[in-house]
Write a protein that binds this ligand. Sequence first.
Ligand code: ADE
Length: 313
Amino acid sequence: DLRPSEMKPRAPSRPPSKSRNSSVNGRGVSASDFTFGRQLGQGSYSSVMYAKSVSTGEEYAIKVIDKGHLKRKDKTHIAQAERNTLVKLGSGHPGIVRLHSTFQDNWSLYFVLDLARNGELQSRISNLGSLSLPCARYYTAQIVDTLGYIHSKGVLHRDLKPENVLLDDNFRVKICDFGTGKILGDSDRAATFVGTPQYVSPELLERNETTKSSDYWALGCIVYQMISGKFAFHGLSDYLTLEKIKKIDYSFPEGFDEEAKDLVQKFLIRDPAQRLGAGPPGSPNDVRALRSHPFFASINWATLWSDPAPPFE
Ligand code: ADE
């Protein structure tokens, strides 16, 4: 049962069906409440489908997770982690794909999520080769703001990458895929490498350690990639990529913006405690220092989520 303890089951408002349902707003929900459309994305044991509520016409992205596959691969805790972190994050920030409800039937778990209609940041980078500086700055700022919120709730993402940064109707950031998320203070269920080679931090590779700093390492890799169009760390195999990360073996291409370079260099530091954004409040590398970095000089943090997004170029 994936219901967290704070969500007490309620008396059913209609005859109980075969499926067990629970929702963030307490209503019972099932697959028959939605018309399913095209596939929006696919993971190793889940797919994300477009869906429309039959009663309200509201559109959602529903993540359908195969229960048999989860059990066979002993991955039940991943779905549980994703649900727990999404519930914990709630609706408190515009930069997160919000969980509206969950339900299950004999075969699948269903997560009803915000629909991010403009897809993955990864596709934008691939299509354009790289992003303009104003664009890269805007997306970096939105990710910084969202990470600050996520961490303030005691949650780590642990698999931040441009595929997990989605874009909504207004081309604003919606971070998704908390399947490897962790609530600080929980016992660490998966003491194994959970991320994606290109964005994984040296401390995870060398000491199996993750803190909020590891999310800032990943952000450093993302900023590098948005601006240059290339991975910061990329070898001919995953093994060689990981060797480069351990040596922090990367370089900036000619013409890489100087302020962006300074920012990336302050994220891609071996000592997690020294990374910009990761220091405790009041320290020289806290979130406030990060927001005050010269790269963000033209960003108005107060209107970041209402200002129009710069054109994609
Ligand atoms: N792909 C994965 N998750 C998605 C979402 N919430 N909205 C749109 N596409 C997605």
